[in-house]
Design a protein around this ligand. Structure first.
Ligand code: SF4
Length: 542
C-alpha cells in the first residue's frame, strides 16, 4: 500500500474510508463545483509558472508528459530517467514509489543542487508577508544555494506546504536522489515572483519539532489507519464532526454514523468533542443531562453552559434558542441594510443597500452600486464613491429631519475591511470618504452588526451564518444555490474572467443574490423585534 502526501493533513477517518474496501463504494456527496473551480484555478496557476520558468531557464527545464492518456507508471519512469540523466529542472515530476515506506506522489518541480534533487511546490496562496528574514531566491535562480535572507519578506506559516515538501523529501531519500545534508524544499506562491525556501529540519514547529519529524509522526499514523481499514481490523479512526466535514465528500456516510451513535460532536466540534469523550460524555444525550451551571470541563469553542443548552436544543430539534430573556436590537426611524460582495483579495465590486423606514425623500427599496469591469479596476472607486455618497446623504437627511438613522450588516468584519480598504485605495476619487470618515461611521451607533447581536443573544444549533439563521426568521433566497462560494463562480462569468465574454444573466443572478442578502438581514431584525421572540424557547427554560 502507498499513500500520497495529502493524507497527513486529511481527517484520519477519511483515510480510513478511502482505504476500507467495504465502504469505498458507499454514497458520497455530489461533486463540489467550487472545489472543482479551485482545482482548475490552481492548475492554470501552475501552467503559468511552468511557462514563465520555461522562458527563464530554457532547455534546462524538462517537462514530464501528462494528460489522460499518459499512465502514472510511465510518468514515474520518465521522471526517474530524467533524474538519472542529471536534468537540472524537472517539471511535473512523479517520484518513484516508495514501496517499503508506503509513499507515492509527485511534486511540481525538482531542482538539481550540487548534491542531489530538492522538491519545489507551486501553490496558489500567499507564502510570505511584508517583513524580513525569509530565505528566497529569484525565479531566475530557483535553487536553495542561490537563496539569501530577504529584506522585504517574512515567512507566512503554511504548515501544509511544508508537510507536502517533507513527503517528497522522504520519497527522494528512498529513491537515493535527495540532497546530501540538510533537507529543504521550495515553494512558489500566488505572486510567483520568488522561491521561498524552507529548512525542513529547523525546530520551528510546536514543541521544538521539525517539519520532517511532524510529517513522519503523522504519516506513520495514517499508514496504520489505512492498513487497519484495508485489512478489516478494528478501525483506528472513528468519525467526529470537524470543520472539514463541511466540504468532505464522505459527510453523508459520517453523518449517518454520528447520528446513529448520537455522537457529542454533532453539537460541539473538533477538540471539544475529544475533551468531552475523555471525561465520559460521548453522546448528545449525556451532555444534555448535565447541569449547565456546573462546568465539568473547560471547552475552547464555547462556554460549557452553552454546550449543554445546545445539546438540549438538539434533542428537541430546535435550531435557535434565546440566550437572554428579552432580545434587544437597536432600531431607528430610517434604516438601511447593507451587504457587500467582493472577489478574493481583488476588490469589492458590489455594495447593495435596502432603504426602509421614515421618508427622507429617497425611494424605499433595494439599490446596487456596482462595477462590472473585471477586478482590479479603478471603476471600483467610482461605484464605491457613489455608494458612500448615497449612504451619507440618507444619513444627513435623516438627521436634518430630526430622525434617527441606523445601517445594518451581517458580520461587519468583511464590510469594515472593504470600507477601509476602498477609502485608502481610491482616496481622492469623487465621493470616496477619508479613512477617518469611515472610522467615524463604523465605530458609531449608526452601524449595527446583526451577527454580533445573534452571537450574544441566541444559541444556534446549526451555526450562526445568515443562510442558516434567516430561514428560521421565515426568509428564503430566490436562488437555491445562493452562497458566498458560488457567487465567486457567478462573478467570473458575469465579468467574463475566463473567456472574456461578460454574461448578463449571471450579473442579474448576483444582483438578486445580493438583494436577497439585504432583505434577509431586514427580515432577521424584524423577526428579532417581533412577538415571535416571546414564543422562541429560552435557554433557561430548557
Ligand atoms: S465527513 Fe468529517 S469525519 Fe467524515 S471523513 Fe470527512 S472530514 Fe472526516
Amino acid at each position: 500500500m502507498q499513500l500520497d502526501a495529502g493524507v497527513v493533513t486529511r481527517c484520519r477517518r477519511r483515510v480510513h474510508l478511502e482505504n476500507d474496501p467495504d465502504v469505498v463504494q458507499a454514497q458520497s456527496a455530489p461533486p463540489d463545483l467550487v472545489a472543482e473551480q479551485r482545482k482548475a484555478d490552481a492548475a492554470a496557476h501552475r501552467r503559468g509558472v511552468a511557462t514563465a520558468l520555461g522562458r527563464i531557464v530554457g532547455s534546462d527545464l524538462m517537462e514530464i508528459p501528462t494528460g489522460p492518456d499518459v499512465r502514472t507508471a510511465d510518468r514515474e519512469r520518465v521522471t526517474l530517467a530524467a533524474m538519472q540523466a542529471g536534468t537540472q529542472f524537472i517539471w511535473g515530476a512523479v517520484l518513484p514509489r516508495d514501496e517499503s515506506g508506503g509513499r507515492r506522489g509527485g511534486i511540481d518541480l525538482l531542482v538539481k543542487d550540487s548534491t542531489g534533487y530538492v522538491p519545489v511546490l507551486v501553490v496558489r496562496h500567499k507564502i510570505t508577508d511584508p517583513g524580513q528574514g525569509a530565505r528566497t531566491s529569484s525565479l531566475a535562480y530557483p535553487l536553495p544555494g542561490a537563496s539569501r535572507a530577504d529584506p522585504l519578506r517574512r515567512v507566512r506559516p503554511q504548515p501544509r506546504d511544508q508537510l507536502r515538501l517533507a513527503h517528497a523529501q522522504r520519497q527522494l531519500q528512498a529513491a537515493g536522489y535527495a540532497v546530501r545534508g540538510r533537507a529543504s524544499g521550495g515553494v512558489i506562491g500566488m505572486d510567483a515572483d520568488v522561491v521561498l525556501w524552507h529548512d525542513l529540519e529547523a525546530p520551528t514547529w510546536p514543541g521544538g519539532r521539525t517539519a520532517l519529524s511532524e510529517y513522519d509522526a503523522r504519516f506513520s499514523d495514517r499508514l496504520s489507519v489505512a492498513h487497519a481499514a484495508a485489512g478489516g481490523a478494528e478501525p483506528l479512526a472513528r468519525p467526529s464532526r470537524i470543520v472539514e466535514c463541511k466540504s468532505c465528500p464522505w459527510w453523508p456516510n459520517c453523518e449517518q454514523d454520528l447520528r446513529r451513535g448520537r455522537d457529542v460532536s454533532l453539537v460541539v466540534r473538533g477538540e471539544d468533542a475529544v475533551v468531552l469523550r475523555r471525561v465520559g460524555v460521548p453522546t448528545v444525550d449525556a451532555l444534555a443531562a448535565l447541569d449547565p451551571a456546573k462546568e465539568l470541563t473547560p471547552l475552547v469553542g464555547m462556554p460549557f453552559s452553552d454546550a449543554v443548552v445546545l445539546a438540549r436544543a438538539w434533542l428537541r430539534d430546535l435550531a435557535v434558542v434565546r440566550r437572554v430573556p428579552r432580545v434587544d436590537v437597536p432600531r431607528a426611524d430610517v434604516e438601511v441594510d447593507v451587504d457587500m460582495e467582493s472577489f478574493a483579495d481583488l476588490g469589492a465590486y458590489l455594495w447593495g443597500s435596502l432603504l426602509s423606514g421614515a421618508d427622507v425623500g429617497e425611494e424605499h427599496g433595494y439599490r446596487a452600486f456596482a462595477t462590472w469591469e473585471p477586478l482590479p479596476t479603478n471603476d471600483e472607486g467610482r461605484s464605491f464613491g457613489e455608494f458612500w455618497t448615497w449612504l451619507t446623504g440618507v444619513r444627513l437627511r435623516a438627521r436634518a429631519r430630526g430622525l434617527t438613522f441606523r445601517a445594518y450588516c451581517y458580520n461587519e468584519l468583511a464590510e469594515n475591511r472593504w470600507l477601509l480598504a476602498s477609502a485608502e485605495r481610491f482616496a481622492g476619487q469623487p465621493g470616496v470618504p477619508t479613512i477617518a470618515q469611515v472610522k467615524e461611521f463604523i465605530t458609531s451607533d449608526a452601524w449595527v452588526d446583526l451577527f454580533g447581536i445573534v452571537r450574544e443573544q441566541f444559541i444556534c444549533a446549526h451555526g450562526k451564518g445568515l443562510k442558516t439563521i434567516a430561514p428560521v426568521a421565515g426568509f428564503t433566497w430566490r436562488d437555491p444555490e445562493a452562497g458566498g462560494e458560488n457567487s465567486m463562480r457567478w462573478y467570473r462569468d458575469a465579468v467574463g474572467m475566463d473567456d472574456g465574454e461578460p454574461n448578463d444573466p449571471q450579473r442579474l443572478r448576483l444582483l438578486e443574490y445580493n438583494e436577497d442578502d439585504v432583505r434577509a438581514t431586514h427580515a432577521l431584525r424584524e423577526w428579532m423585534t417581533s412577538d415571535a421572540m416571546a414564543r422562541l424557547p429560552f435557554a433557561g427554560d430548557l
